[in-house]
Design a protein around this ligand. Structure first.
Ligand code: AMP
Length: 429
């Protein structure tokens, strides 16, 4: 049997439904902020990523799908899309467009990584890029958009982490200060960080293998910013506070690449467990120059779609578990009444199953229990005549007679008192 290539996957069934609905939230959100879509090609010349993503990164060193095409050129299946957007900006003279140029993208990316849950060799990224404008207002606006997306997808305990990593004026000095502080700990560093000590010590700050205690003991970059970077960072924080976006500064948050400048940020959520970054982004005022364009400030973020889909999926199953299942048992000839009762409950958001066989109530109740129903509504002949039903709480094994028109409210009340929070179990009204 021929299978999918290792690390690649078919997206089908529930996953593609969720993918498309998440995609719609992302597209609509980006459009509402004035972003226009761009669809770059999947294949680029390898040089683009060597120059933009950088030689000294895991992506370029180990993870690129690079091959020589039949014309002898080195080409690469893109590992990310910012570089492609930057290339398109220079190639098509987007500097002639009104600034800021606001673009969004969604598409597959490729990295030759060890496949594991949430990590694939082909995965999808959505991202936005703001080009040719250095206003700190835009940093805050892009972060607000990122936060808003998290809110729209109902991610839990959303928080924004921000930091400033300075610019070409102030960062070199900080790197020296950092190296000095790291010197006594050199032997304790992991092998990658021993190399980073010489090539780019900033990346030691976001290495998962180094201890928090070590990182906390190191000098903070925000104490070494030049006046321009400090003023920029203060403004970003001021705007975020004014916009009501909860954020905290995290001095260990860095982007290892030299073209990143000033603001870097992550949006984190408790929904994602240990790997809790929903998305990451930052300002990259030197990127366009790096690939041969004129000095052009830029800013953006990228989200991995697979992670979002996982979260939305787990939320859905949690919701389904909480949804109240109501089972309806009925006496002889009362199918119509059972159907109408079910209809009323369904329109209030309950999931309702009507017994399909009728017959002895004992047997109907046994079927209700087998289904895992939370409530059974029993419509007997006597009750029908009185305009009432028996409401059985299957968990507590209690039974109360309630008026037909008060049934929905009665079930809602019991489930609310059982579960404390109204949102969790009450019907969706
Ligand atoms: P990065 O470009 O490494 O900053 O990653 C941006 C987003 O892409 C993150 O949200 C990652 O979860 C996602 N991502 C990166 N690599 C992979 C991968 N191999 N599989 C799935 N998602 C990925």
């Amino acid at each position: 049997m021929i299978k999918t290539v290792k690390g690649c996957k078919d997206i089908y069934g529930e996953d593609i439904e969720i993918f498309r609905s998440v995609e719609k939230v992302l597209r609509d959100s980006a459009r509402s902020y004035g972003f226009k879509e761009i669809v770059p090609p999947t294949l680029e010349y390898s040089e683009l990523f060597q120059r933009s993503v950088g030689e000294d990164t895991d992506i370029v060193e180990k993870e690129m799908y690079t091959f020589t095409d039949k014309g002898g050129r080195s080409v690469t299946l893109r590992p990310e899309m910012t570089a492609s957007v930057a290339r398109a900006y220079v190639e098509h003279h987007f500097e002639t467009l009104p600034s800021p140029v606001k673009l969004f993208y969604i598409g597959p990316c490729f990295r030759y990584e060890k496949p594991q849950k949430g990590r694939y060799r082909e995965f999808y990224q959505f991202g936005v890029e703001v080009l040719n404008d250095e206003s700190p207002y835009l940093d805050a606006e892009v972060i607000a958009l990122a936060y808003e997306i998290g809110e729209k997808l109902h991610l839990k305990d959303l928080k924004v982490k921000i930091n400033s990593i300075g610019c070409k004026k102030c960062r070199p000095h900080y790197k020296e200060v950092l190296r000095e502080a790291l010197k006594p700990h050199y032997e304790e560093l992991c092998d990658d960080c021993k190399r980073r000590f010489y090539t780019n010590p900033l990346r030691i700050l976001d290495c998962k293998r180094e201890s928090k205690a070590l990182k906390d003991s190191l000098p903070k970059i925000t104490d070494y910013l030049c006046d321009e970077c400090r003023a920029h960072f203060e403004k970003v924080q001021k705007y975020l506070s004014e916009f009501g976006i909860p954020f905290e500064t995290d001095n260990t948050l860095v982007r290892g690449l030299d073209y990143y400048t000033k603001t870097v940020f992550e949006v984190v959520s408790n929904d994602l467990g240990a790997q809790n970054a929903v998305l990451g982004g930052g300002r990259y005022d030197y990127l366009i120059e790096e690939i041969g364009g004129r000095h052009t400030p830029g800013l953006g973020f990228a989200i991995g779609m697979e992670r979002l889909i996982e979260v939305v999926k787990s939320q859905k199953s949690a919701q389904n578990e909480k949804e109240e299942l109501v089972y309806i048992a009925y006496g002889k000839g009362l199918e119509k009444e059972a159907y109408l009762t079910a209809k009323r409950l369904r329109s209030s958001g309950f999931t309702v199953i009507v017994d399909s066989k009728g017959g002895a109530f004992g047997k109907q109740l046994a079927r209700s229990r087998k289904r895992g129903a939370h409530f059974t509504v029993v419509i007997g002949e006597d009750e029908f005549k009185k305009g009432t039903v028996q409401l059985k709480d299957m968990e507590k094994q209690t039974q109360t007679e309630v008026k037909k028109e008060e049934l929905t409210e009665a079930i809602a009340q019991i489930s609310e008192s059982k579960n404390g929070a109204k949102e969790s179990n009450a019907p969706r009204k």
